[in-house]
Design a protein around this ligand. Structure first.
Ligand SMILES: Nc1nc2c(ncn2[C@@H]2O[C@H](COP(=O)(O)OP(=O)(O)OP(=O)(O)O)[C@@H](O)[C@H]2O)c(=O)[nH]1
Ligand SMILES: [Mg+2]
Length: 293
């Protein structure tokens, strides 16, 4: 039996989180059009007769020295130290540039087997795919290069074959029916954050975090009761989340409800969603910490 850990690395928006969700067949990691969506190392667990692969989705690696970005880079680099294998996601609609070279340098130093996925092949032009392939062949000649579309679930079987081929022998680390090890409060907060970002990404790209303040299981009513706060930096930003006549918060609630419900099969779900501004005294450092924990 095989059991191995796989760190998923790549530029922002290359499709890392989409890939982990497609493989695990559950939305364990939120995805969005806006870069820097993933803020933590998120685990997705895939088990089948060949064995188990434990994926760690990481924040997109981006060359920029802002504090937030440096911390996101550190999370990605730390994941490389603990992993058996690397799944390197390349957005084949974009020509590799300085940023891709910076990632390649880190991967060369990591000294782990690499499977490179040329992603977004459903939309990438063939000449762009070839440019990406040549780049990888030149920079990482020992890595296997495979074309795929994480979004359309194409080419994933070959990626799994390649990963299992290099995975170490070992017993399962997680029970076969588990697909993530994130605590349930974290998963709920990420679902709400994802739905919020998708709706207001233009206006408030990064200054949002979500806190689940209560999670109660009411056995007598077979009910789960959740209260969560969408927290913004400034009072003035609350209106953007709430929307005209509450239209935005309603949409966020409906879409989040749908995504949270399957976490509690057979239970009635009550979701109380509110918006609040970060109190002044907690701003700056605390907000940044919250964004990343
Ligand atoms: N057409 C196409 N779009 C894709 C594919 N994979 C991902 N996307 C889209 O690309 C965008 C970014 O996807 P994510 O999975 O959030 O990317 P990420 O690499 O996790 O991004 P960060 O967390 O910000 O680093 C989303 O709009 C996805 O729907 C693909 O194979 N084909
Ligand atoms: Mg992501």
């Amino acid at each position: 039996m095989k059991c191995g850990t796989v760190a998923i690395i790549g530029r922002p928006s290359s499709g890392k989180s989409t890939m982990v969700n497609t493989i695990v067949e559950m939305p364990v990691s939120i995805t969005a059009k806006t870069p820097q969506t993933t803020r933590n190392a998120i685990r997705g667990i895939y088990t089948e007769p060949r064995g188990q692969l434990i994926f760690t989705d990481t924040p997109g690696y981006h060359l920029n020295d802002q504090t937030l970005n440096i911390r996101l880079q550190k999370i990605a680099v730390a994941a490389l130290k603990e992993t058996d294998m690397i799944l390197y996601m390349v957005d084949s609609t974009r020509v590799p540039g300085k940023e891709e070279l910076a990632i390649v340098e880190i991967l060369q130093k990591a000294k782990r087997p690499i499977i490179c996925c040329l992603n977004k092949c459903d939309v990438a032009k063939s000449d762009k795919i070839e440019i990406a392939r040549d780049f990888i062949n030149e920079q990482l000649p020992y890595s296997k290069v495979l074309e795929a579309s994480a979004k359309k679930d194409e080419g994933i079987d070959d990626i799994l074959i390649a990963l299992f081929a290099i995975a170490p022998e070992g017993e399962l680390l997680y029970p076969p029916d588990s697909y993530t090890d994130q605590p349930v409060e974290f998963r709920i907060s990420e679902i709400i954050r994802g739905n919020t970002i998708s709706l207001v990404s233009q206006e408030l790209p990064h200054a949002i975090y979500v806190e689940v303040s209560d999670l109660e299981s009411k056995e007598e009513n077979n009910e789960i009761w959740v209260r969560a706060f969408i927290i913004v930096e400034r009072e003035s930003q609350k209106g953007i989340i709430v929307g005209k006549g509450g239209a935005n918060i309603k949409k966020i609630r409906v879409s989040s409800f749908k995504a949270i419900k399957p976490i509690f099969p057979g239970k009635k779900l009550q979701l109380d969603l509110r918006v609040k501004a970060q109190p002044k005294w907690r701003k700056n450092t605390i907000l940044l910490d919250k964004l990343l924990t």
